[in-house]
Design a protein around this ligand. Structure first.
Ligand SMILES: [Zn+2]
Length: 188
């Protein structure tokens, strides 16, 4: 899914969870850190390649027109072949989109802090959202890396009808959050 939708879904779901926790008198989770963890897998995978491209453009060794447009409808191709620095992105994508690696990092941080850092769940949510929203044509989610290369070919988030459905669902969700907040403030 695109980075903006990842931020909005993670932030919105954390807000909904916080509403429940507030009722139970529990400390809310950080929406900012949850949303950051919700987009971090893509920043980690593509940030360095974009930075290298940007530096290449500044130094004149790389031209803007060389950046290919992602092809969501195209014929079977391999992402590593149509993107500058794609091998780097592909390697980092495997790491940041693996539920196995997420579990290892989550457990490690739990051991170090002696308490779970629940905001990190945004990372897992990112992987779970990506699994059905990437087709085999464009970065299918390697959620079992490095134990298995198994990937699911889902519906691409980039096709117009899915974009409309996704952002429509986000709009409904945020209106619901807003209305539930207003209901709460009316009760007070
Ligand atoms: Zn992703």
């Amino acid at each position: 899914m695109d980075v903006f939708a990842h931020i909005l879904w993670t932030g919105g779901i954390t807000k909904a969870v916080n509403n429940k926790r507030e009722k139970q008198g529990k400390k809310p989770f950080s929406i900012i850190w949850s949303a950051f963890c919700g987009v971090a897998p893509d920043l980690f995978a593509f940030g360095p390649a974009f930075l290298l491209m940007f530096l290449g453009i500044l130094s004149g060794s790389f031209h803007f027109s060389e950046i290919p447009q992602p092809d969501f409808h195209g014929v079977e191709d391999h992402p590593e072949g149509n993107f500058p620095y794609a091998y780097l992105s592909f390697a980092l994508y495997n790491i940041s989109h693996s539920a196995i690696i997420f579990l290892l990092v989550f457990a490690l941080i739990w051991i170090i802090r002696k308490a779970p850092y629940w905001e990190l769940s945004g990372w897992l949510l990112h992987i779970l959202i990506d699994i059905p929203t990437h087709s085999s044509l464009f970065y299918p989610t390697p959620f079992l890396f490095s134990l298995s290369n198994f990937k699911i070919s889902g519906v691409s988030w980039g096709v117009p009808w899915f974009m409309a459905l996704n952002y429509g669902a986000l709009l409904v969700f945020f209106v619901y959050l807003l209305l539930s907040r207003r209901k709460k403030s009316l009760k007070l």
